[in-house]
Design a protein around this ligand. Structure first.
Ligand SMILES: [Zn+2]
Length: 452
């Protein structure tokens, strides 16, 4: 067994049951789990390794519940800069049809590097397009190399344009092949144990790109293996109109009809979730991945997060794919969640501490986990630190917790995941970021050339 003493944090945010914020706080860690959280003076003073967090704010690692990491290859594409969801997708599908396995691997590493440096320690990724031999295994390999806790969502699209769906026929898969590959991935990779670094999720892309049958069969498969379900729902008014026209139901009614509600299900966006939908999600424990930056970029609207939280709906945060939120920065997403609720529902709609809670405990709940999202004995050793001497925080140190959310988004100084130091003094220890980004940019150019 190896031990790690984390000491002298200016402030340590626990997100434990009492929501303690501990001045001069510290942690004692054995292998990959926390065994003690308290003022530094009350902790054992010797350990195999020591991290001195003097002048730093320490918080639980942030949890990202929605992403499409491959989209880092298609940021700020001119044809998709100024469109709403359906037009945006139509312009991008034809480019994504040229993705390769290496592109998936390298873009996932790039996206994870960006997330890690912004305080995220656990992320989900929703990969739903598999051209030219690409597999979810390509993303999983990237997560293992970089050391991120990962919920790999096996997305899918099966209804192409000729059958009334949105995606081109060239990028959809056969439904039996989708289910078979999902089963293979669960059997090969899914770890249901406490402190799991890798879980597999069954995740048809959206009601407008798969059939009713695939939604039902996916739910049955996920429940046979005890894995979670994820998709997009009620993202904007066109999405709701499609659901009414095609299925004769609201998105929430459709989800219920398919068995897509429960603690093992979370839906991205839900910007247009109506009152009965909110009540349904609260009653069934169905989770929501709130993606404020993406919702603003695509002009989808303001998700009713205040109403969802008041009703008891589990809500986590998601940066969403890099083509609809070109910055995968978790602290920026926390800040945007707070600001956007206030634009929609007034200055008391969300506090800094609630925004931070959504990004930690909220995300953990949405991913159906009780071993991450808080710093307490028995929890996974996932935490990050921010150096409070940065100019961004100047003048706000009377409340370093609020400072993290209200001031300009910062990068982490330290990130520890599963007890391992992944970011040290602001630099990743597991991959050569410069080399990864250079390769990523070459591949982004290749992808654009292939699509021309
Ligand atoms: Zn998405």
């Amino acid at each position: 067994m190896s031990t790690l003493l984390v000491k002298n944090a200016r402030m340590l945010v626990t997100m434990d049951a009492q929501r303690r914020e501990i001045a001069d706080g510290g942690l004692f860690i054995e292998d990959n789990r926390i065994v003690a959280v308290s003022p530094t003076s009350e902790l054992p003073q010797t350990a195999d390794d020591v991290l001195d967090m003097r002048g730093h704010l320490v918080i639980p690692g942030l949890v990202n519940t929605h992403h499409h990491m491959y989209q880092s290859l298609t940021r700020a594409i001119p044809a998709a800069q100024n469109a709403e969801l359906f037009g945006w997708l139509t312009n991008l599908y034809r480019i994504w049809a040229h993705l390769t396995p290496e592109m998936i691997h390298v873009s996932t590493t790039t996206a994870m590097a960006e997330l890690l440096l912004s305080g995220c320690t656990t992320s989900s990724d929703h990969l739903y397009i598999y051209p030219n031999g690409s597999r979810l295994d390509d993303s999983i390999a990237a997560a293992r190399e970089i050391g991120m806790r990962f919920h790999a969502a096996r997305g899918s699209m099966s209804v192409g344009q000729k059958d009334g769906g949105l995606p081109p026929d060239s990028v959809v898969e056969k439904e039996d092949a989708i289910l078979k590959d999902s089963q293979r991935l669960i059997e090969t990779y899914h770890d249901e144990g406490r402190y799991a670094m890798l879980r597999v999720v069954v995740a048809p892309c959206s009601p407008f790109s798969v059939s009713r049958e695939l939604m039902r069969d996916s739910a049955a498969l996920a429940r046979e293996y005890g894995v979670s379900l994820h998709t997009h729902l009620a993202e904007n008014v066109n999405d709701v109109a499609y659901s009414r026209e095609k299925f004769g139901m609201t998105p929430a009614e459709y989800a219920e009809d398919l068995g897509w509600v429960g603690r093992d299900v979370w839906h991205a966006h839900c910007v247009q979730l109506d009152e009965p939908g909110i009540a349904l999600f609260a009653r069934t424990g169905t989770g929501v991945a709130h993606c404020p930056c993406s919702n603003m970029r695509l002009a989808s609207g303001i998700a009713p997060i205040r109403a969802m939280r008041d009703a008891g709906v589990p809500v986590g945060l998601g940066v969403d794919g890099s083509a609809s939120n070109d910055g995968a920065q978790m602290v920026a997403e926390v800040r945007q969640a707070l600001l956007l609720q206030r634009v929609g529902f007034g200055p008391e709609a969300m506090t800094a501490r609630e925004a931070l809670e959504i990004a930690t405990l909220g995300g953990a709940k949405v991913l159906n986990r009780d071993d991450i999202g808080a710093l307490a004995p028995g929890m996974a050793a996932d935490f990050v630190s921010f150096d409070l001497s940065q100019p961004a925080f100047a003048g706000a140190l009377h409340d370093p917790v609020a400072a993290l959310v209200f001031c300009a988004p910062s990068q982490v100084a330290t990130s520890v995941i599963d007890g391992k130091l992944v970011v040290k003094e602001g630099r990743l220890t597991t991959v050569d970021v410069r080399a990864v980004v250079e390769r990523h940019n070459t591949l982004a150019r290749d992808l654009a050339d292939r699509a021309r």
